[in-house]
Design a protein around this ligand. Structure first.
Ligand code: COA
Length: 398
């Protein structure tokens, strides 16, 4: 009997197949910093409590002029510069977010337009803090099937807008920011080697942000419970237990699918929720905690944005080399969780590279035209409406 090859064997041996490689990355965080000491003036808490229970010291908060789409756009523009890809080359844009600007249009469509990515499909993906890994896997599958060549996957959040700033058990944990990667088809084996995506909706009430379609709206439970429309509710200790269990399990499962073991892993880029969750996962896997990227001291939990932000910083710090095996692991509302193994295929020399001059100028022109094109279209529609109204009135008079 011929045994099926593992996904990793197929990827490594080269079978004339198509592989999805990360070729660009970028992040964007607001300038405004909210420290633990600042929080002491908002809720009954202390810098010492927050640091020892979570590992967080400060987080970024979006200004009134910043949004999920504007942060995501900046991260995507940086990733396109590194990848040296033109907006017109993008086939698909996925934004993983729990804080979209609208129910529709999607943040992905807003970003698609502002990039001038005129040939791209775009949609938002809701899988809470696991959303970025889900999004990369969706893009990977689309690339490997041959249906697309280039995808941009963004995790972007403005968590500060859905926090209950009177609830000290949640408002101290989260922050705003965005991270993005560009994935491209290649015949070079490597890139995304395997992924495990999971969900357990029985834990839906452990972490939630109710919105307009919520069935809870129509019953007294909603009014009587702590759940508030557009505000986050979380059962912290239950989420903590769930997270520590699924991180290890899903990493091992994704490695098994890729035909690798923990010894082959150079770096784990986990969702940044709590330093104690990362330490506990490292202990359970008997991995040195230094092999986990951790930057939540400076950003807190940025939900779907946390993994790409941590990835960007790890690259910047020279912690990732060509051919390294990386693991992404996320967990959050749903409940959802996801792990992914990637073989990094981009030489480190690319760091700091901002693309060829001509392509860079074409990207800038595309962003400029998209911005002004949108304004002109809106003005045009207003003038049309005005003219039609005038004509309509005069026709009626006639
Ligand atoms: N400052 C001071 N005290 C606080 C506090 C704060 N910000 N938040 C909670 N407390 C208090 C509680 O009221 C409780 O007091 P009590 O003993 O008098 O009732 C005490 O601290 C302990 O609360 P507990 O919830 O048991 O703390 P904890 O050690 O479990 O830490 C979390 C709380 C939220 C930090 C922790 O459960 C956690 O990180 N959970 C996972 C959250 C997460 O990752 N969410 C996102 C998933 S994507």
């Amino acid at each position: 009997m011929v045994m099926p090859k593992s996904e990793r064997d197929l990827a490594r041996n080269g079978d004339g197949g198509i592989y999805a490689h990360v070729v660009g990355w970028g992040m964007a965080v607001p300038d405004m910093i909210l420290t633990n000491h600042d929080l002491e003036a908002i809720v009954e808490t202390s810098d010492e409590w927050i640091r020892t229970r979570t590992g967080i010291t400060e987080r970024r908060i979006a200004s009134e002029r910043e949004s999920t789409a504007s942060l995501g756009l900046r991260a995507a523009q940086r990733a396109l510069d590194i990848a040296d890809v033109l907006p017109t080359e993008i086939d698909l844009i996925i934004v993983a977010t729990s804080t979209p600007e609208n129910i529709f249009p999607s943040a992905a469509s807003l970003i698609q337009h502002r990039l001038g990515a005129v040939k791209a499909g775009a949609f938002d993906l809701s899988a809470a803090c696991s959303g970025f890994v889900y999004g990369v896997e969706m893009a990977n599958q689309a690339i490997r099937s041959g249906s697309i060549t280039t995808a941009v996957v963004i995790g972007s959040e403005t968590m500060s807008r859905i926090l209950d700033w009177q609830d000290r058990s949640t408002c101290i944990l989260f922050g705003d920011g965005a991270g993005a990667v560009v994935l491209r088809a290649s015949n070079t084996p490597g890139g995304v080697l395997s992924a495990v995506l999971r969900s357990d909706g029985s834990g839906a009430d452990m972490l939630s942000i109710p919105t307009v379609g919520s069935e809870d709206l129509s019953n007294s439970y909603f009014l009587a419970s702590e759940h508030r429309m557009f505000k986050m509710y979380m059962n912290g200790s239950e989420v903590f237990k769930f997270a520590t269990r699924v991180i290890g399990e899903s990493i091992l499962e994704a490695l098994h699918k890729a035909g690798l073991t923990l010894n082959d892993v150079s770096l784990v880029v986990p969702h940044q929720a709590n330093a104690r969750i990362i330490q506990s996962a490292a202990r359970a896997l008997k991995l040195d905690v230094d092999r986990f990227v951790s930057n939540l001291d400076r950003y807190g939990n940025t939900s779907a944005a946390s993994i790409p932000i941590a990835l960007c910083e790890a690259i910047e710090q020279g912690r990732i080399k060509e051919n390294d095996n990386l693991v992404f692991v996320g967990f959050g509302g749903g409940l959802t969780w996801a792990a992914m193994v990637l073989q990094w295929g981009v030489p480190p020399a690319i760091e700091g590279f901002a693309g060829s001059r001509i392509k860079r100028q074409r990207r800038r022109a595309s962003y400029f035209l998209a911005r002004w094109g949108m304004r002109l279209q809106r003005w045009g529609r207003t003038i049309n409406r005005f003219t039609n109204r005038l004509l309509g009135r005069s026709e009626q008079k006639d």
